[in-house]
Design a protein around this ligand. Sequence first.
Ligand code: G4P
Length: 527
Amino acid sequence: MTPTPQTIRDEAARRRTFAVIAHPDAGKSTLTEALALHARAIGQAGATHGKAGRRATVSDWMQMEQDRGISISSAALQFEYRDCVVNLIDTPGHADFSEDTYRVLSSVDCAIMLVDAAKGMEEQTMKLFEVCSHRNIPIMTVINKWDRPGLESLELMDEIQQKTGMLPTPLTWPVGDSGDFRGVLDRETGEYTKFTRTDGGATIAGAETMDPARAEEVEGDVWTTAVEESELLELEEQNFDYDEFRAGKHTPVMFASAVLNFGVAKILDTLIDRAPAAEPRLDRDGEPRPVDAPFSGFVFKVQAGMDRNHRDLLAYIRVCSGVFERGMVVTHAETKKPFATKHAQHVFGRDRDSVETAYPGDVVGLVNASALRVGDSLYVDEPVQFPPIPSFSPEHFMVIRAKDPSKYKQFRRGIDQLDHEGVIQVLRSDLRGDQAPVLGAVGPIQFEVVEDRMVNEFNSPCRLESLPYTLARRTVKDDIPKLAKERSVEVLERSDGTLLALFSDRWRLGGVERENPGITLEPLVVT
Ligand code: G4P
């Protein structure tokens, strides 16, 4: 039976689609598993979060990721909690994959900023925060690792405010300093939730909730200190305000220990009670697409399948309106061609299962999606195109050549595939020819991924050679002759047709601009 518009609106209203942003090692994998555990999506967490040599997390799948202990790929985890459906989109942890993260963040309605209590606001956290803020994504903050000695709670609040400009509005306040995590004060009810350790945090941590009088009896001065600090926050009006949170001016804060599963239930409850549901998305013209309109969605990630023996191409779609039903034929907005969705999947790590139905806020992985690119839109009946997802400006450049020229076909196929997925930007010019294209990356680890995949997946070992450029500017065809006269400047064409002029540094760029007034050299801005 086809769902009614009311059903679709109800389903959208119970979706919570979010990502966790954090500096590497802040505990993102641990928290992901802890959240899933609480929602009973998987049997056991805590002891299973993965580093090299241990059982990998459900989100770590590539061999390279496991070796390095970082998460390169992005996937979506879905679970039910209370009466809601939670979609947790995994983001790559390493700064070199910020472009990928940026794309992934275009699919979420909210972000959890995970902060290590001992380290405060780290560099990568700040970068990711800026991306969220750019995209007007509301942010909740979780201070993690409170079980370990770290900074003071009030000091952390000051740091968040100074560095992000958002006013921290703690929902919970820790009882006990960092390193002595006894429980949390719920700033809205005034109650105390006392945590009890369980073996390795492998099951849901024990939690007992009590009234303030009992809390004082149990914890004495430690409780009183927490109450006093909470009152200080009250004086500064650091209290939750939904509108300010939605506007990115406030960030609600919670304290947790992901590894001990302390405070994790509160994070889930807050997501359900306070985070925005799937709402109408704006199209390219700024018009909202109602959630109960016919099906629509956009591609936020394209990725090769995870099974080494059967590499297929997966496109991750964020559903924006209507209902997605496996097998339905949708229209690819960019080509107006039909696209059959026989093989639609939920994807998280190695586990895939077929998705039959998906609603706004959900993520669907479409298999054999070689026609789809990041930013493309899909719809049924009423045409729609969602805003494009811009590319980052590359800052590292290398020429790539096949080690074995007789394997040129494999080489070509590999480069095209990696380009298509957006693993790297491929730049070409007549001068360099197709045998030796230039690769542009935001971070150098992207080259390692290319090398690894060219060998293991495309059977085409290759040689990479650095180029002395660090800066790219968009230019136009008419200006190519002027640029050709300049020394150490090169113009290349990206596969989306953009012409990029490459410079060694900004002084060289400045020199060229001075010598050629009126020349088009625009920054590749992320909007
Ligand atoms: P990431 O995905 O953000 O990179 O971080 P990950 O979850 O892998 O956690 C990084 C390290 O921090 C891990 O320790 C993990 O056990 C630890 N950790 C995560 N949450 C907490 C917490 O709440 N409290 C404490 N004390 N530690 C936490 P590791 O030594 O790198 O690995 P392992 O030996 O635990 O596997």
